[in-house]
Design a protein around this ligand. Structure first.
Ligand code: XIL
Length: 338
């Protein structure tokens, strides 16, 4: 294959990543992965349900094998994810009442579970990762009043058990670990989707600013949240101007920004017309152009899967390579931005 490696095309800009499962670390998939990427995210292997299915029972074997293989291949690793409302075992933040209904766990017990999970997982992987998604998807989808970020939060099980300060508590727990290991260089991220929606972007901005401003009162010049992750689950109808506005808004927080789960849905039923394939390639090109213009503030651009066949949105053909691992117009759009 004489394709330009994506990581080479962007070597002066930012890291190029992909989301992986164990199958991506073998044979021809591994070749494609290492040819184009220099950083990996576990698609599922480091989520709370994978790492602590029942209380105190940490199951690291799968993730350890993945992380060690990624590092042995000369790539870096991003940690995904410590606190989320999906793929997260119920025991962390809920319990059952006398009638057998699910109810929120008491605040102190939930906080204990939150802190133990974060600290055990971070201590375990140590500086094998360059960054962690500490909290994922805490914001509601289209907040009507972004100025009130606390009221805009998703009413997730963590929110219901602990209250709106669960995010701050999660980042404080993670920061304690890093303070114990000054030799580690690890960034703490807040990560979310629909972040091209300007109401949602504004609510996220207000939230990160409030949490970091409060922390700076007692830790002058220090950040509690180091980075904002823009997932980037887009579609052919996404307006790149909105992506740019959100990116510049997050950069203005003085944090690092990464594009963490990029894919662009186009077509349906596993079918992609030539016209839509070209439009998808053009949108990838426009987005990569915007990212390159802001490369000084962007650490990493990670695609969410190697090929359409293995994508979580497989029917909508969102990635750079087709199910036979052949480069699509999307790949060429990424290599040659407009
Ligand atoms: C997805 C995985 O790719 C799927 O395999 C899994 O079934 C569901 O989760 N936002 C995130 C990712 O932060 O963890 C999700 O990954 C996609 C949406």
């Amino acid at each position: 294959r004489d394709l330009t490696p994506i990581k080479t095309a962007y070597q002066n800009d930012f890291l190029i990543g992909n989301a992986i499962t164990a199958e991506d670390l073998e044979g021809v998939r591994l070749e494609l992965l290492t040819m184009h990427h220099n950083v990996a995210t576990a698609g599922n292997a480091m989520k709370p349900d994978a790492l602590q299915p029942t209380k105190g029972n940490f199951t690291f074997a799968g993730a350890d094998a993945m992380v060690d293989k990624v590092l042995a291949e000369g790539m870096q690793m991003h940690g995904h994810v410590l606190v989320w409302h999906q793929q997260s075992p119920a025991w962390l933040n809920t319990t059952t009442d006398a009638e057998g209904s699910t109810i929120p766990l008491g605040r102190e017990e939930a906080l204990g579970n939150l802190r133990t999970h974060i600290q055990t997982v971070m201590e375990h992987f140590g500086d094998k990762v360059i960054s962690w998604d500490v909290v994922n998807e805490a914001m509601s989808d289209n907040p009507s009043n972004p100025a009130d970020w606390e009221a805009s939060l998703r009413k997730s099980p963590w929110y219901n058990a602990i209250g709106p300060d669960y995010l701050e508590q999660a980042f404080l727990a993670a920061r304690e670990v890093l303070d114990d290991h000054p030799e580690w260089d690890i960034k703490l991220y807040y990560n979310d989707y629909n972040e091209d929606n300007q109401n949602k972007a504004q609510a996220i901005y207000n939230m990160v600013k409030a949490i970091n401003d409060k922390y700076a009162l007692t830790h002058p010049g220090k950040l509690l949240i180091d980075g904002v992750g823009m997932q980037g689950h887009y579609s052919i109808n996404t307006n790149p101007e909105n992506v740019k506005l959100s990116l510049e808004k997050f950069i203005s927080l003085g944090v690092e920004v990464s594009i963490t789960e990029l894919d662009i849905q186009a077509g349906s039923n596993y079918e992609l017309s030539e016209k839509l394939a070209n439009a998808q390639g053009y949108l990838y090109a426009q987005l990569m152009d915007i990212f390159r213009e802001h490369a000084a503030h962007i650490k990493r651009v990670t695609f969410w899967g190697l090929d359409d066949g293995s994508s979580w949105r497989s029917a909508n053909n969102p990635l750079l390579f087709d199910k036979n691992l052949q480069a699509k117009p999307a790949y060429y759009g990424v290599i040659d931005p407009v």
